[in-house]
Write a protein that binds this ligand. Sequence first.
Ligand code: GLN
Length: 206
Amino acid sequence: MIIGVLALQGAFREHIHMIKKCDAGAVEIRLPAQLDNIDGLIIPGGESTTISKLMMEYDFLDRLKSFAVSGRPIFGTCAGAILLADKVGGKKQDLLNLIDIDVKRNAYGPQVYSREAEITVEFPEPEIFRAVFIRAPIIDSIGSHVIPLALYNNTYVMVRQDNILVSTFHPELTEDSRIHQYFLRMINHKQQITWKQNEFLRVQKI
Ligand code: GLN
């Protein structure tokens, strides 16, 4: 199994390290044609405006949309989550629109409010995970087909819609590979989830 990590800007090296740690193949993706040869893609954290400009310059948008339509999984972390979102700050983006969520950028405030926190992740059994938030966005709302997988401070910090997974934190910046392993199970089609399993998370949301 080969996982591509979009390597236009941001924390792509750390994701490559994590995937190798999970004993899967990892490759840096710098050109759209490389998407043909991978089984899943990670869009890393970084600066979403910079990555979006480079995505457009290198003609990634349509190729990434077809990649998602082909059923292959995509995992966006932090800026990657922003790039995959349908809406930012209540407005529809003119970008990938691959997951029905509305995100607010830099929602915890300036860099001094970046933090580490213990969150509970549905793997699908609930397990504690130490999450690193760096100038993270907040997921303000989710569509009816989006399944929450983790909550922090009463907002969703990891959600999934079919083959698209996003987290507002950086699982690649710890040595804990459970989130990457979850993504690899999505690629193997071994990690299907239903609303029922995650019902309690929805109930907790204000
Ligand atoms: N603040 C960044 C943005 O809005 C995201 C930060 C990150 O990826 N750690 O693009």
